[in-house]
Design a protein around this ligand. Structure first.
Ligand SMILES: Nc1ncnc2c1ncn2[C@@H]1O[C@H](COP(=O)(O)OP(=O)(O)OP(=O)(O)O)[C@@H](O)[C@H]1O
Length: 457
């Protein structure tokens, strides 16, 4: 069956009326119609399930509500349009509550209304099919061994943990420096798990203003606060049956930590301004670049929440500890970039390889990717020379270049802060621009702003 083909069963004991409906529906060559004069003959032919069933309410071998119940038991997804000789509101409401898609009364316009209703269902089916197809493609994209490159022993252990995490619903806590691939790992686990058909919802806690975060996570009712003009469901509800990924979880303030703990214990959320609780079924994964145990010791993170979130801990090594994976990744990114941009294939010279292997990559894989993509643009004759790799990340050398010789007692952190502040001033607080310039994650900058280490002024 082609992706546009729609199969429709007409269940109608009046042969003339069934013919009329069939005639109307087959005006669309994509609709394949089969007719059944009894409920039983339709029920006996569900091995190749139709997309839509039109069901006469009064059949010789069963009443509409009973037949609908049996159909829905066998095919919960099928759209059933009940067609009845009488208009009876109570019956109609009952059927709709039972899961009927529509209730139509037999009159001279029924065939036209049926045509219209079927058209609506077909549009929804097309969206659903497209959605399934897209999810499948995304699933393939994030297949762990395809998406995550690395052959070092540390990466071997990582793949084993990803497989284990994907087989269960255990909470996963991922720790690693910025750009080490924490979100990529979370996606690989989600798309490798039974939850792959439902959504992967990522929330960067550091990127959302504190006062909006509660409503972002748990939703709000209309009028809950100024600006809440309509009800909005939160990310927990959005991730129902799927996965909720809380990035930079250590940045949650203590009052939200308490609320999150309660939500995880009860498995229910309460929308801001709402009275009732809503059960959710989302798997939780969290990530942070901080040492959460230390955050607990220093009183910034609740111990009880820490133990709730720890689950299966996965630690991502910094790129500088992954040996030759640097070259493997560089070659992969180069290949992809050249293909996507219709550039002739290019490769790394010996000196370029050595330069990459010696570099510390404070921005990790994200920085490497940006670096080799730029090099592919700068390279001549398909070979990347060492000079095509401008190492521009904030590190001691860059700090010296920016401010003159750094004071001997200035820490790397203080120098990093100075560089980020310098670029924020220079680019008038354009965070995306500064992140791109320095090849660091924008969440790193949001975090620094949140901790008042830098300012947008
Ligand atoms: N092992 C890997 N193989 C291929 N691509 C990778 C790998 N690790 C990371 N990447 C790529 O590097 C980039 C950064 O990864 P990601 O966003 O997952 O990092 P992160 O640790 O979540 O960063 P941040 O802490 O800034 O949120 C992405 O483009 C990702 O696809």
């Amino acid at each position: 069956m082609s992706s546009t083909a729609i199969s429709i069963f007409i269940v109608e004991d009046n042969a003339w009326y069934a013919e009329l409906l069939e005639y109307k529906l087959t005006q669309n060559p994509d609709y394949t119609v089969r007719r059944f004069a009894t409920a039983q003959s339709c029920l006996d032919n569900l091995s190749e399930p139709p997309d839509i069933i039109t069901l006469d309410y009064t059949l010789p071998d069963g009443r509409g509500d009973e037949v609908l119940r049996r159909l829905k038991e066998r095919l919960p997804e099928v759209a059933v349009i009940v067609i009845s000789a009488q208009e009876d509101i109570r019956t109609a409401v009952g059927l709709l509550q039972q899961g009927a898609y529509e209730y139509l009364v037999k009159d001279e316009e029924t065939a036209d209304r049926l045509w219209h209703t079927v058209g609506n269902i077909v549009q929804q089916l097309a969206l659903r099919r497209e959605n399934t197809q897209l999810r499948k493609q995304i699933g393939q994209k994030y297949d762990a061994r395809r998406a995550i490159r690395g052959k070092s022993p540390a990466m071997g252990q990582l793949f084993t943990l990803i497989d284990k995490a994907a087989r269960t619903n255990i909470t996963v806590s991922i720790v690693g420096e910025t750009g080490t691939g924490k979100e990529l790992v979370a996606k690989a686990i989600h798309y490798g798990s039974d939850r792959r058909e439902a959504a992967f919802v990522a929330v960067n806690v550091a990127a959302i203003p504190r006062e909006l975060l509660e409503s972002e996570l748990f939703g709000h009712e209309k009028g809950a606060f100024t600006g809440a003009v309509a009800r909005r469901i939160g990310r927990f509800e959005e991730a129902h049956r799927g996965t909720l990924f809380l990035d930079e979880v250590a940045e949650l303030d203590l009052s939200l930590q308490a609320k999150l703990l309660r939500v995880l214990q009860e498995r229910e959320v309460c929308r801001v301004g709402g009275t009732g609780s809503i059960a959710f079924d989302a798997r939780l994964m969290v990530a942070t670049h901080r040492d959460l145990a230390r955050e607990v010791q220093e009183g910034r993170f609740r111990e009880d929440l820490y133990y709730r979130l720890l689950g299966l801990p996965i630690e991502l090594p910094p790129l500088r500890d992954r040996g030759n994976d640097v070259l493997l990744l560089a070659e992969g990114f180069l290949h992809e970039f050249c293909q996507q941009n219709s550039l002739a294939a290019c490769s790394l010279s010996e000196e370029a390889e050595q330069k990459l292997l010696r570099y510390s990559f404070p921005g990790n894989v994200r920085e490497l990717k940006a670096l080799v993509e730029l090099a592919a643009v700068l390279a001549e004759n398909g070979t990347i020379a060492a000079a095509d790799l401008p190492l521009r990340s904030p590190h001691p050398v860059a700090a010296t270049a920016l401010t003159g010789a750094p004071p001997a007692d200035e820490s790397l952190r203080a120098q990093t802060t100075a560089i980020v502040q310098h670029y924020l001033d220079r680019y008038e607080g354009n965070i995306l621009h500064v992140a791109a310039k320095l090849q660091i994650g924008k969440s790193t900058i949001y975090r620094m702003i949140q901790h008042q280490e830098v300012q947008v002024r």
